[in-house]
Design a protein around this ligand. Structure first.
Ligand SMILES: NC(=O)C[C@H](N)C(=O)O
Length: 306
């Protein structure tokens, strides 16, 4: 099994070494799995449990103080599963897998996705806030009213780099210690292949201080993840911009056109930047191996092969 993982594109993390170790262990764990689908789920699970990453525990906090998780998974037979806007669900990728393998649908949302998780044995009711994310949210004078008040509140906070995805090119987030800025954790993704089949998955808490109920690119097929017989891709970064250009679909499309994995990653990020002037990263796995590209300050990745 060959597995490539990423820990999110954004600013240079304050503590890269422990994040890299976590990514290395995740890739190794994935490479021990029996199928590509097992591999991407196995790789993402420990990252979803780690507060160092913006997925599961430690995920980005929305305008009402709640962390809602999103994930998507796709296999090279074009089966898709995604789940979004799930409070209290750490293992979002496992819920996406349930949608992929147990339902005739591609995306299940909100409370119904939480019910699905619970019914199929994924833990719910998990406290996804950490002391750090709770304190950072409370320090921002949270809004009390309805969506209009929330929109006014987030106008000066969302996309300011607080989630390190940033709104703009190479502004993937300044230091994690700045007031109001979220720490160095980000979306996680994995792509795996057993030499015949591929699977791709992405899992996130979204972007900090987004409107309650906001859903980004991660559970949208073709945006946060995509997979065909040619290979798979997982994206990270400013989700609204990733969705506008369907970044993962673009990367896999380049594989289908005959580019190698690295060239496909490079080309898709060049196109993303030219269209959006925003920040993102992508990992790609194809028949010739793995590639990755980003136009933010940093995107940590790891590859394992067994
Ligand atoms: N940090 C990220 O990658 C965020 C994710 N792409 C989202 O917009 O939800």
């Amino acid at each position: 099994m060959r597995v490539v993982v990423h820990g999110g594109a954004g600013g240079a993390p304050d503590e890269p070494a422990p994040r890299q170790q976590a990514l290395d262990r995740a890739a190794e764990r994935g490479a021990d799995a029996q199928t590509p689908l097992d591999a991407v789920e196995a790789a993402l699970a420990p990252l979803e449990s780690s507060p160092r990453f913006n997925a599961g525990v430690g995920g980005a906090v929305q305008s009402d103080g709640v962390v809602r998780t999103d994930a998507g998974v796709m296999t090279s037979d074009r089966e898709v599963g995604a789940a979004c806007s799930m409070p209290g669900v750490e293992r979002a990728a496992s819920v996406a897998r349930v949608v992929h393998s147990e339902t005739p649908h591609v995306l299940v949302s909100g409370g119904h996705a939480v019910d699905l998780a619970s019914e199929f044995g994924t833990e719910t009711g998990v406290d996804l806030l950490t002391d750090e994310t709770r304190e950072r949210y409370e320090a921002e004078d949270p809004p009390r009213g309805g969506p209009r008040e929330h929109l006014g509140w987030l106008a000066t906070r969302f996309g300011s780099g607080g989630d390190r995805a940033g709104g703009g090119l190479n502004n993937g987030g300044a230091g994690g210690d700045e007031p109001g800025r979220a720490p160095d954790h980000d979306t996680v993704g994995a792509v795996a292949s057993d030499g015949e089949r591929f699977a791709a998955a992405t899992s996130t808490g979204g972007r900090s201080f987004a409107l309650a109920g906001r859903v980004g690119d991660v559970p949208q097929v073709g945006s946060g993840f995509f997979c065909t017989e040619a290979g798979g891709a997982s994206a990270t970064g400013a989700g609204e911009d990733i969705a506008r250009v369907t970044l993962s679909r673009r990367a896999v499309g380049h594989l289908e056109d005959g580019l190698g994995a690295q060239a496909a990653a490079d080309r898709s990020i060049e196109e993303f930047e030219a269209i959006t002037e925003s920040g993102a990263g992508v990992i790609v796995l194809g028949d010739d191996g793995a590639g990755s590209a980003f136009n933010t300050e940093e995107m940590q990745t790891s590859i394992a092969y067994k």
